[in-house]
Design a protein around this ligand. Sequence first.
Ligand SMILES: [Zn+2]
Length: 295
Amino acid sequence: MTLVAVLLIGLGVARPALAEDDCGGRPGFAGIAMVNGYSFDWMVWRPFDQTERGWLAYLPLISRELGTACGPDTPGFAVALAGFQKRYGLVANGLFTRDTFQVFKGLWQERRPFVMARVADICPEPPPQSELGYLDPTEEHADRMVRLLQYDVLNAYRLMVRAARAEVPEIADNPELLQVFSSYRDPEADAARCAREGNCDGLRRAVCSPHRTGTAIDLYVGHLAGHGVDSTRWANRRHQTRGPAYRWLVENAHRFGFVPYVYEPWHWEWTGPTTEVLNSERLAPRPHIPPMMVK
Ligand SMILES: [Zn+2]
């Protein structure tokens, strides 16, 4: 696969519009709705590398994918899920299952150009220093030292935060929300840190981290007391996905070119410019032009 094809995948995300749902209709799905409502809170499973209870943490992304605002315990949700299952060749009964989740997960992962590059056995080269711009100190989360992003990503990030604060008072009231706690990470420094501290971020830090591209950002979306801002413990992730910042991102980050990583509610990757970004004023400088290019 060419790199161009890899980059295009992230852009071609078509979605059903949010319909005026009749969540309570379709009595034929009442039983399934009840089972979904129960598993939503109580299903014990291992969607990733740890045992989790329920699937609340994945509801925002699933609802968006289905184009439904119906609760997980409603017939309307089951109908929407059955439609999705039919589209992807699964048993179309509207029941939330591990197999159905695997299909969701695959779709979300395919929209990350970085993941597709890794599938093609490519580890993207880090950008030249001249293409990296500094975050403003007010954009940095106190928890971590971060500094750099690709200029276009910085611009998209700034437009996105401005929109989030304008659209959600709860986000505007808490300046900590959507601050960045990790951005560009120098691959060599990452490897050194991995070797020195044994802190290898699940080995990704040593091997090939998306943060080497200068297009991946970790955003503060809240955290559960006693957990770190990037704790992957399921209780922390579940807490984060209930907050206003994450919920807004799920519905709106694509307007600015960002796609999610389902396992880490804080981690977002930029896939390229969008119409909304191109039509907005520029909030970050342009990349430096090498002196030889200046006429
Ligand atoms: Zn990250």
